[in-house]
Design a protein around this ligand. Structure first.
Ligand code: GLC
Length: 448
């Protein structure tokens, strides 16, 4: 990290806080907050969790509502969908694209996607709980406990079919880090439909951009590459054709990944769920407790001793996907790794040729062949991953590193505004303006 970073003055922090509050107010759609106006008009799973973590400092009841409105999308089998689609007439196409009703477990009265996203809900529930007096906390936990339990059980029942302890994902959107290099590598290997390969060979990707909503709002080079966008779409259609039935989906595909970030977040979420249950004096099912234990142990299978870092893994072949990304640092957030390994990760964070840029932490390290400073999840710095790393550093005892990253994150937002992501080289903003989780997590970094 750069020594030149000046600590942000208190009055400036107040301005940043006010600006962030305005963004959340502007994006408030009543019971939930849209991630960004125009580009993201629905409710997203991990966005709402991060948003609630910020909102708790401003309006605790509204923070609770953000989570409760997420739970209205829960499927009868326990899945929390990655999107709850807005009911407005103009979004009927998005609802048709997903057609969640094709699966018998989907809720009757809300349209959702048919896949999930990282399980940050337990974190948000606990963060809200921290702000409540004991009795209020109890009733808050009581209110959400059944849904949380069902959510974690679903992750094991459906997404850990061999009881390995690691949860598998079936679409890059589930990872939350959409075009992150290891997923894109696998996509090109296993999931490109023939017609997309032809478009790729003909170099006709630019034509696709003419039909995209996102590239009308944001420069194309800051979003998914057109071939990847097509592949995301065709993968989603395949899942829909299979009625979002995991057995049918897995029976014919090599495209299933035990994602590192997701599983690290799950380890932490499991800890939170155990704490919530203890607070409520509830017993968690033994089978679930055993699975939770297994996940902590299984994380070590994702460690590669040769490069000294963790990776995601292909569910079918069990090959580690050795494309370095910000996920490498997420075991700090899981919080269950040894001090020795944590030290190794912190050294990567400090290294100026890896993650130690002027405006850390890049979503792909500088030494990755994929790295580009504004290319979505292939280089830019995002506030949610910074927040997770800061939290991990604090809990694992790297207080100074956590503090330095907190300050540089706030400074980046102060200079660039509440954008979706930033260049890790010069801090220049990119992606959507007025992005909700940037605002919310900045508030949390300012207030915690
Ligand atoms: C993009 C991000 C994802 C986020 C969504 C809504 O798809 O990659 O993580 O949840 O936008 O903000």
């Amino acid at each position: 990290m750069d020594d030149e970073h000046i600590l942000v003055e208190p009055e400036v922090k107040q301005d940043v806080f006010e600006e962030a509050k305005d963004v959340l107010r502007m994006n408030d759609d009543g019971a939930y907050t849209v991630p960004a106006p125009g580009l993201y008009p629905h409710q997203w799973l991990w966005d709402s969790c991060f948003i609630a973590i910020g909102l708790r400092h401003v309006d605790i009841d509204r923070a609770k509502i953000e989570i409760l409105s997420l739970l209205r999308g829960q499927w009868h089998n326990g899945m929390l969908p990655h999107m709850i689609l807005a009911g407005k007439k103009k979004f009927h196409r998005d609802r048709d694209i997903w057609n969640s009703w094709t699966n018998a477990y989907s809720p009757d009265d809300v349209a959702t996607s048919g896949i999930t996203q990282p399980p940050v809900v337990a974190e948000a529930v606990v963060r809200i709980g921290e702000k409540l007096k004991k009795a209020e906390r109890r009733s808050w936990y009581r209110q959400v406990f059944p849904a949380l339990l069902a959510h974690h059980q679903w992750l094991y029942n459906e997404r850990d079919p061999h009881s390995e302890g690691l949860v598998l994902l079936i679409h890059p959107w589930e990872s939350g880090l959409d075009n992150t290099p290891p997923w894109m590598h696998e996509l090109h290997e296993h999931q490109l439909a023939v017609w997309i390969t032809i478009v790729k060979k003909l170099k006709a990707g630019w034509l696709i951009n003419l039909f995209r909503r996102d590239t009308k709002l944001i420069p194309a080079e800051e979003r998914l590459d057109p071939i990847e966008a097509l592949a995301f779409y065709s993968t989603q259609r395949r899942l829909r054709r299979k009625g979002y039935d995991i057995d049918k989906i897995l029976s014919h595909s090599l495209f299933a990944i035990e994602d590192l970030t997701f599983n690290c977040i799950f380890v932490r979420a499991n800890q939170h769920l155990r704490d919530i249950a203890e607070f409520l004096k509830e017993e968690l099912p033994l089978e679930l407790l055993e699975s939770m234990q297994k996940t902590e142990v299984a994380l070590s299978q994702l460690w590669d001793p040769y490069s000294g870092q963790y990776y995601s893994r292909n569910f079918v072949t069990h090959n580690l996907l050795k494309e370095p990304t910000i996920a490498a640092l997420m075991p700090l957030y899981a919080g269950t790794i040894s001090k020795e390994r944590a030290d190794q990760l912190v050294r990567m964070l400090e290294n100026q040729h890896i993650f130690g840029t002027a405006f850390p932490v890049p979503s792909a390290p500088l030494n990755s062949s994929w790295f580009a400073p504004h290319a979505y999840w292939q280089g830019p710095t995002w506030i949610n991953t910074n927040w997770l790393i800061i939290d991990g550093l604090q809990r694992m005892g790297y207080k100074d590193h956590a503090e330095a990253l907190r300050e540089s994150t706030i400074e980046m937002v102060r200079n660039g505004g509440c954008h979706e992501y930033f260049s890790p080289i010069d801090g220049s903003p990119a992606g959507a303006a007025n992005f909700s989780w940037t605002a919310a997590l900045t508030i949390d970094l300012l207030k915690s």
